[in-house]
Design a protein. Structure first.
Length: 571
């Protein structure tokens, strides 16, 4: 628990991140609540069954709440709820349920004192002197927990469960055996000094030799036409209210100019020579400002622009209001009203929910979002005004195009590009395996790595020797090759490793043992780390085994299958 809390400290210190975390968590649980099937669809308020006994939705939802909160505390940041994350949280919630039930059967508990001690250890619940603050705890409950429809009791129960789960995991950790070979291998990996070479195998090596025929392109498309699915798209028209046109009618009074000058005086400050010469000291020279008469025209331009934007928005609002008055006359009113008012209309080309219409200057994803909220209903086929710096838009729905799989001819060029990319990837994969095989054979025959790679016009990269604890490890090794290289002996070649632009093949030229360090001194740390890693895998497998052993039935999945939203799978 202490480890989890420590990772959470940095997040709590930043109030903006804390607010973002709050919004994400609240949004996530609102979504979770709406995705839960009705209790009546699967039985008497049952989310699943263990040993033939119904598990209530309440217990399941609480497990999901505590699972999500555990992950946030452990990682120190909120997580985005993608379909993949949603599925993983679902599985982890059931693993939590079976773990707590098994722990209860084993007599593993958590006392009130343990819960209190754990909560008091949260840094974000301490005052400046480092002592637990009841006021901070009250604010945490009021400002955070209540937003989750939870309270202190819910949080304290979460902490209690975490202590129980940790005790269970620790019990399993003590049972893990670590062999002397594992200790030695880990010590060597951490302390040995590696001198390596590697080559980057990039598409340019095979591109000129790859040819894709028309038959290949058609076969690529026919293999998976759904991959070329055209997403749902919108076509809208936009009534445009240019801000600049309204600026001509704006009159700016002297009073407004003076008021703006007084309230924005810092904008007109003249550079202070003393401050320019020494930025580490405060100047005692009074700040001087550009005189009002000198900046009058600048102020007038700013005020006109602001007031023009207000007038443009008001005009757009009047347009929208008139549309609502004439809604019984149908969607044709949009064009006729625009013509009457001499308002320009621009028609967009189709765009998806991840695109912005290129015909509308300044358009952004917010405009796209509002466009996708439009419906065929006479009250909702038009939007509210959308204000930008230079224009105000009112959108009107023209057509909503449903998702579809296009004909081959429509996407032939895209299919050709992807088919060629796929062919290059396959050719490069074969070439990389060929190069690795040549390296193994050539080195075995007494050739150097340079000599073997010269046959393919490749020049090996030769970074500085390193240990796993070196600060300046070559970026390619650090990101891609470090794991496969660390398990090799001197003279050995790595497997083909995938990189950002292609593949890598590495070669361990030398591996030097560090004579200054002793495995004995590091043994406790190594054993502890290996046990934790082993226990983590074993604990996850144990949870899955317990679910199977107790006849777990996932009724939430069955409900979703009956609803047609997902396919049913085993387990």
């Amino acid at each position: 628990m202490a480890m989890l809390i420590t990772k959470f400290h940095k997040l709590i210190r930043n109030r903006l991140l804390w607010l973002g975390f709050l919004v994400v968590v609240v949004f996530s649980f609102v979504i979770w609540g709406t995705q839960m099937p009705d209790a009546g669809t699967v039985g008497p308020n049952a989310a699943g069954r263990l040993d033939g006994e119904n598990i209530s939705f309440e217990e399941y939802q609480q497990a999901r709440f505590n699972t999500y909160l555990s992950i946030v505390l452990m990682t120190g940041r909120p997580i985005s709820i993608t379909p993949e994350v949603e599925e993983e949280l679902h599985n982890l919630a059931w693993q939590r349920i079976i773990t707590l039930r098994e722990a209860a059967d084993l007599g593993i508990t958590s006392s009130d004192d343990e819960v209190i001690t754990s909560i008091r250890s949260f840094e974000f619940l301490r005052d400046d002197s480092g002592q637990f603050s009841q006021q901070a705890y009250d604010q945490f409950a009021q400002n955070f927990l209540t937003q989750l429809r939870a309270g202190k009791r819910d949080f304290e129960e979460h902490v209690r469960q975490e202590i129980i789960v940790q005790k269970f995991r620790s019990m399993l950790e003590r049972l893990q055996l670590v062999s002397p070979t594992e200790i030695t291998r880990t010590f060597d990996t951490l302390t040995d000094r590696f001198t390596v070479e590697y080559v980057a195998i990039e598409p340019s090596l095979v591109e000129q030799d790859v040819q894709v025929s028309e038959e290949d392109i058609r076969a690529y498309f026919d293999n998976d036409p759904a991959a070329f699915t055209v997403p749902e798209q919108m076509v809208v028209k936009a009534a445009i209210f240019p801000v600049a046109e309204f600026a001509e009618n704006v009159e700016v009074s002297d009073e407004e100019i003076e008021e703006y000058y007084d309230f924005n005086l810092d904008q007109f400050a003249l550079p202070n020579e003393d401050e320019a010469q020494d930025t580490n000291t405060f100047s005692l020279t009074p700040t001087e400002y550009r005189p009002l008469e000198e900046v009058r025209e600048e102020i007038v331009a700013v005020i006109k622009e602001r007031q023009a934007a207000v007038l443009a928005t008001e005009s757009a609002n009047a347009f929208v209001q008139e549309l609502s008055f004439q809604r019984k006359d149908g969607r044709g009113v949009f064009d006729s009203l625009a013509a009457t008012l001499n308002v320009e209309i621009v028609l967009t080309s189709p765009f998806s929910s991840r695109q912005v219409p290129v015909e509308l200057a300044e358009a952004d994803i917010e405009l796209t979002r509002q466009a996708f909220n439009l419906t065929d209903d006479d009250d909702y086929y038009y939007s509210d005004p959308i204000t930008y710096t230079n224009n105000v838009y009112v959108l009107g729905l023209v057509e909503r195009q449903t998702e579809r799989i296009p004909a081959f001819e429509e996407v032939r060029d895209a299919a050709a590009a992807q088919a060629r990319e796929f062919a290059i990837f396959n050719a490069l994969t074969e070439k990389a395996e060929e190069i690795r095989g040549s390296a193994v054979a050539g080195l075995g025959a007494g050739l150097s790595f340079d000599e073997v790679m010269a046959e393919y016009s490749l020049i090996p990269v030769k970074p500085e020797a390193f240990t796993i604890n070196s600060e300046d490890i070559d970026p390619v090794i650090a990101s891609s090759l470090v794991r496969p290289l660390l398990v090799l002996n001197a003279g050995e070649v790595s497997e083909v490793v995938t990189g950002d632009r292609g593949f890598y093949v590495g070669y361990v030229k030398e591996r030097e043992v560090n004579q200054e360090l002793s495995a004995t001194a590091m043994r406790p740390q190594i054993v502890g780390t290996l046990r934790r890693q082993s226990a983590q895998v074993a604990f996850s497998e144990l949870q899955k085994h317990l679910l199977k052993q107790h006849g777990f039935e996932d009724l939430t999945r069955r409900a979703r299958v009956n609803d047609g939203s997902v396919e049913e799978t085993d387990g």
